[in-house]
Design a binder for this molecule. Structure first.
Ligand code: PLP
Length: 429
């Protein structure tokens, strides 16, 4: 994929795409609230952006098999687009930790972190995460989204006159954090260190700067030039904030992410991650120095004013992290499955976005066709791959984002490729 143009970069860095109707501004009679919402939905449908969720029942122990509660009744399917990358949500030790902890401590945390919600498994989880990334401390949030939004906005707000330098392909949660900080921002072209250096130079050595980027971009599956970014940050006195959501658990000798794999975790100021993908649970976190983590803990509204994660979720996440710190089996099999699927797609002349990660994006380039192919795969072959359309990816780059897991068998891979070939013929992609 070519890197994003500056125009596109600005577009991605626009806030969530909600447009308000003229009717709101010009009303002369009592507002018709239902019509306002109906017309917003119509607009989404007209733009082919209306989303329909598949009702899935996953079956513990049979991953990636699941049941789809389709309009015509339940059907057995194979998941090919889950972010439960390593199947840890069904790992016996993880399930056991959740069930045992809920039995002993109940379900909810019962309060915010400050008011009775700081449960013992949560404290243990934060210690585990700090150790995973080799940092002084870690702080757990209710999701990866919230950790980015609250973390970036709070860190940048606390730095006087902070200039944020943000990769053009950053996730919406990071963009929202940047907006919420009210700091000045500059967008550098995706993974373009020359452009980043140019912006750093313009800002000067003395202006405080925060470089915000991801280690592994989930839609293209490409990996950031982290070492080069760290080197620039050191040269120009900038702080670094790296989202490792799609890498933690899966890369590095202990699952510490791409930064651990490259041996640069110590050069990144703040590492952000999720407990909801490779660790199979829910929640997000920041890891960094004691001062940064304590400051976010003390100032971030998205951390302070919400109920803490339940003890059972924390215990399960800790079990997953501990397992993946010592077991490389899942990581090895995962990479093996991804490599096999990629070479099969190549052998059959099916397109893919080339990258060095486990994500297999298959471009379609048209929202209608993308949806049609996805529907075809599900209805004809019981293969579930959600179409990825705008605004998750730029218009014209619609795709199927395939995520192999250690548990996909050779037969399932064969069937997927056969079905993709059939869909390509059917819809002349
Ligand atoms: N950061 C990135 C890059 C993501 O892709 C996502 C979600 O997919 C998040 C953060 C949010 O993580 P979570 O799903 O834990 O809220």
């Amino acid at each position: 994929m070519p890197s994003a143009s500056p125009a596109l970069s600005e577009d991605r860095h626009a806030r969530s795409p909600i447009k308000f109707c003229d009717t709101v501004k010009q009303r002369t009679v009592a507002p018709d609230y239902q019509r306002i919402f109906e017309s917003s939905l119509r607009r989404l449908r007209d733009e082919r952006r209306y989303r329909v969720f598949a009702d899935i029942e996953r079956v513990a122990g049979k991953y990636p098999e699941a049941i789809w509660h389709s309009p015509g009744g339940p059907r057995e399917i194979v998941l090919w687009c889950s972010n439960d990358y390593l199947g840890m949500s069904q790992h016996p030790a993880v399930v056991r930790a959740m069930v045992d902890t809920a039995s002993r401590m109940g379900t909810g945390a019962g309060g915010t972190r400050n008011i009775a919600g700081t449960n013992h498994p949560l404290v243990g989880l934060e210690d585990e995460l700090a150790d995973l990334h080799g940092k002084d401390a870690a702080l757990v949030f209710t999701s990866g989204y919230v950790s980015n939004q609250a973390g970036i906005s709070t860190i940048a707000k606390l730095i006087p006159n902070c200039l944020i330098l943000s990769d053009a392909s950053n996730h919406n949660s990071m963009i929202e954090g940047i907006h919420q900080s009210n700091c000045e921002k500059r967008i550098f072209r995706h993974n373009d260190v020359a452009h980043l250096e140019c912006l750093l130079m313009q800002a000067g050595l003395h202006r405080p700067k925060l470089i915000v980027f991801e280690s592994l971009y989930s839609m293209d599956g490409d990996i950031a030039p982290i070492e080069a970014i760290c080197a620039l940050a050191e040269r120009y006195n900038a702080m670094t904030y790296c989202d490792e959501v799609h890498a933690v658990g899966m890369y590095g000798p202990r699952g510490g992410g791409i930064s651990e794999q490259l041996g640069v975790a110590g050069r990144i100021d703040v590492i952000e991650g999720t407990l909801a993908k490779a660790f199979g649970c829910l929640g997000g976190y920041l890891a960094g120095s004691s001062a940064v983590i304590d400051a976010v803990r003390s100032y971030a509204p998205g951390f302070i004013f919400t109920t803490a994660l339940p003890p059972a979720v924390c215990a399960a996440a800790t079990a997953a992290i501990r397992h993946l710190k010592v077991s490389t089996r899942e990581r090895t099999l995962h990479q093996d499955r991804a490599a096999r699927l990629k070479s099969m797609l190549d052998a059959h002349g099916l397109p893919r976005i080339h990258n060095g990660s486990h994500i297999v994006p298959v471009p379609v380039g048209d929202p209608e066709k993308c949806k049609a192919v996805s529907n075809f795969l599900l209805s004809e072959s019981g293969i579930y791959i959600q179409p990825i359309n705008y605004p998750t990816v730029p218009k014209g780059t619609e795709r199927l984002r395939i995520t192999p897991t250690p548990f996909h068998t050779d037969e399932q891979c064969d069937r997927l490729v056969e079905s993709l070939c059939a869909a390509w013929d059917e819809f002349q992609v």
